[in-house]
Design a protein around this ligand. Structure first.
Ligand SMILES: O=c1[nH]c(=O)c2[nH]c(=O)[nH]c2[nH]1
Length: 315
C-alpha cells in the first residue's frame, strides 16, 4: 500500500449510507373548518466521511438517525409540506449544507393521497353543505369481497370490503375511560380518528332469484353510508363510530340484516416539538403502524340472528 496516511487494511469499507427510514409524518393544515392533509413516508439516507465510525467506532462525524427523524417532523411544522418534492429538496439541502462530513443526502418519499368524503344530503341540509371538511378517504381502491353459499335450496350472500382507509382530522375525543395503575394514556378532546375498514354484511335474500338485490347498487350505497356515518359522527370512541356506521347501513338498506366490522385504530401521536422551540398546535403527527387498538363488533337488525363469523378474515 502506497498511501501512508492510512494503516493498511485487509478489509475495505465500500458504499455506505445511514439515516432514519420510514418516518410517517402527517401534517394537518387547518384553514378554518376546512382541513388539508399531507401524509408522507419519508426515508433519509446520508453519506459522506463515515469511514471512522465503521473502522474505529468514532461517532465524531455522525449526526444521529434520531436527529434526522426529528428534523423531518420539525420541518413539517416550520416550513410546511407544499409538495413531497419541495419537502425532500429542503431536507436534503439541510443535511448536506449544515453537516460538513455529510456529502450527499438521499430523501425518498412516498405520499398517500386522500380525498374528501362527501356529505350526505340529510347532513348537508342540516348543517349546510360546506360544513364537514375534515373527513377523508385514502385514494386507491379498497378490495371488494363476497362469499356465496348455496345448498340447492337456499342462498347465503355475505359481501364486504377491506383496506378502506379513512380519517377524521377533528370531531373525535376519547376520555372518561377506566384508569388503573398501568394507565398512562392522556385524555383526548380533539384527536385524529383513522382506521382501515374491514367489513362484511349479510343479505337477507335467500331464495327467489328474481328477487335478488341489485348487487352493484347495493355495494355502492353501503359504502356510501359507511363513509358518511364515519364522517358525520362526532366520535367519543371508535366503538361509537363503528356502531353508527353499522346502524346507518341497517337503517338505509333493507336488503341487509347484519354488518360486522373490524376497525384497527390507526393511532396518530402529536409530535413533541418543544425541544426545537416549536409549538405543535395539533398540526404534526407521527402515524404509528403498530401496535394498534382493534375494535370489532357486529351490528344487527333487531330480531335477526348473527351469522357472520367473529373472525371474518378468511371470508
Ligand atoms: O376509540 C378508542 N377506543 C378505545 O377503546 C381506546 N383505547 C385506547 O387506548 N384508545 C382508544 N380509542
Amino acid at each position: 500500500m502506497t498511501d501512508n496516511s492510512r494503516p493498511a487494511r485487509p478489509v475495505i469499507l465500500g458504499q455506505n449510507q445511514y439515516g432514519k427510514a420510514e418516518n410517517r409524518v402527517v401534517k394537518i393544515t387547518r384553514d378554518g373548518a376546512t382541513h388539508h392533509i399531507k401524509d408522507l413516508n419519508v426515508s433519509v439516507a446520508l453519506s459522506g466521511d463515515m469511514e471512522e465510525v465503521h473502522y474505529s467506532g468514532s461517532n465524531a462525524n455522525v449526526l444521529p438517525t434520531d436527529t434526522t427523524k426529528n428534523t423531518v417532523f420539525a420541518f413539517a411544522k416550520e416550513y410546511g409540506i407544499e409538495s413531497a418534492e419541495q419537502f425532500g429538496i429542503h431536507l436534503a439541502r439541510h443535511f448536506v449544507t449544515t453537516q460538513e462530513p455529510i456529502k450527499s443526502a438521499r430523501i425518498r418519499i412516498e405520499e398517500y393521497a386522500w380525498e374528501r368524503i362527501e356529505n350526505s344530503d340529510a347532513n348537508s341540509r342540516f348543517i349546510g353543505a360546506d360544513e364537514v371538511k375534515h373527513s377523508f378517504v385514502r385514494k386507491g381502491q379498497e378490495t371488494r369481497v363476497t362469499q356465496i353459499t348455496y345448498d340447492g335450496e337456499r342462498w347465503e350472500v355475505i359481501s364486504g370490503l377491506k383496506d378502506l382507509v379513512v380519517m377524521n382530522s377533528t370531531n373525535s375525543e376519547f376520555w372518561g375511560y377506566v384508569k388503573d395503575e398501568y394507565t398512562t394514556l392522556q385524555e383526548a378532546y380533539d384527536r385524529i380518528l383513522a382506521t382501515q375498514v374491514s367489513s362484511r354484511w349479510r343479505f337477507n335474500w335467500t331464495d327467489d332469484e328474481q328477487k335478488a338485490p341489485h348487487w352493484e347498487k347495493s355495494y355502492e350505497q353501503v359504502r356510501k353510508h359507511m363513509l358518511q356515518a364515519f364522517a358525520e359522527t362526532y366520535s367519543l370512541s371508535l366503538q361509537q363510530t363503528l356502531y353508527q356506521m353499522g346502524a346507518r347501513i341497517i337503517n338505509n338498506r333493507s336488503e341487509i340484516d347484519e354488518v360486522r366490522f373490524s376497525l384497527p385504530n390507526k393511532h396518530h401521536f402529536l409530535v413533541d416539538l418543544e425541544p426545537f422551540g416549536l409549538k405543535n398546535d395539533n398540526e404534526v403527527y407521527f402515524a404509528a403502524d403498530r401496535p394498534y387498538g382493534l375494535i370489532e363488533a357486529t351490528i344487527l337488525r333487531d330480531g335477526c340472528e348473527a351469522k357472520i363469523p367473529v373472525d371474518m378474515t378468511n371470508l
